[in-house]
Design a binder for this molecule. Structure first.
Ligand SMILES: [Zn+2]
Length: 297
């Protein structure tokens, strides 16, 4: 199990899936082939497959042990979901809970679940199926921290036009934890403990957030889907195809990365394979990796 310790917080990565997902141009449409080629040394082989021009990424949960409590950051796709418009997410069956157990985490041990935002690949293991169409919280003792703006966007009571997958994820992965009384819908800023604070970072979705860690003079920021590829450091204006408000997503990306560079925060995106986390520096109006995370073992 690969872990990093920052101050008094231990960070462990639990991977649900890792590999080549789709055409690089489809995932980050704004970054032309010439941008990927110019950054090949940074991108290949962990984040880009040059021969097939495919984007390589990971679906993973970050497990934080902080102040005697266990905090999960994002919960992947989950098993047995109806996601007809995203074949890779549809009817999955993985041993994620076995992987979590291998990291020393049983479902009942989890105190806090953070969903950085409400997309299908960040909320799946919020729940498990107990019978046909019946979903219950996977983590019976956890408080689930859910961005209120994303909850409002997906709530069928809002009456907006929603994709079929969005309706399904709300019903099977979000509504059950709210009904169980285990959800806290937060906005603006939400402090978890002395070391961890959630902060709104809208753009990718209206409720997208980052989780900042500060402990013993060390810092990190879990940025969710602010980045899908290191190519977005070289071209910070380039959004992923999943960003809902492009202008706001780009402005938020520059703001959060700039602060991470200035305050020496380790940047931990949701979907980076390879070492998964990095230190960043400014390079004129762009950003560059100044070092990758190193793990204890
Ligand atoms: Zn995502």
């Amino acid at each position: 199990m690969r872990s990093i310790t920052l101050g008094e917080v231990e960070i462990t990565r639990v991977v649900e899936w890792q590999g080549a997902f789709g055409p690089a141009r489809a995932i980050v449409p704004d970054a032309g082939m010439e941008v990927w080629k110019a950054n090949e040394e940074l991108l290949a082989p962990d984040f880009w497959e040059p021969d097939s021009d495919r984007w390589i990424g990971a679906l993973q949960t970050w497990v934080l042990r902080s102040g005697g409590r266990t905090v999960l950051v994002d919960t992947g796709i989950g098993n047995g979901r109806e996601r007809p418009s995203t074949p890779m997410f549809h009817h999955r069956n993985t041993d994620f809970l076995g992987q979590l157990a291998a990291a020393g985490v049983r479902p009942e041990d989890v105190d806090v679940v953070v969903n950085t935002h409400l997309h299908a690949d960040h909320v799946g293991w919020n729940t498990v199926g107990r019978g046909p169409g019946e979903w219950v919280p996977t983590f019976p003792n956890a408080t689930y921290l859910i961005p209120a703006a994303d909850h409002a966007r997906l709530d069928p009571a809002g009456g907006r036009n929603l994709r079929v997958d969005d309706v399904a994820l709300f019903e099977d992965s979000v509504a059950p934890v709210v009904r169980a009384g285990q959800a806290v819908l937060w906005e603006g800023e939400h402090r978890i403990d002395d070391s961890l604070v959630l902060e709104a970072a809208p753009g990718h979705t209206p409720g997208s957030s980052v989780l900042r860690l500060g402990s013993g003079g060390e810092r990190a920021v879990f940025v969710g889907d602010l980045l899908h590829s290191p190519v977005q450091l070289a071209e910070p204006s380039c959004n992923s195809c999943f960003c809902e408000d492009g202008a706001q997503a780009a402005a938020t990306r520059r703001r959060i990365l700039g602060r991470a560079a200035d305050e020496r925060e380790l940047v931990v995106p949701a979907h980076f394979g390879g070492p998964g986390a990095f230190e960043v520096r400014r390079e004129a109006s762009r950003f560059a990796v100044s070092g990758w995370a190193s793990y204890d073992g």
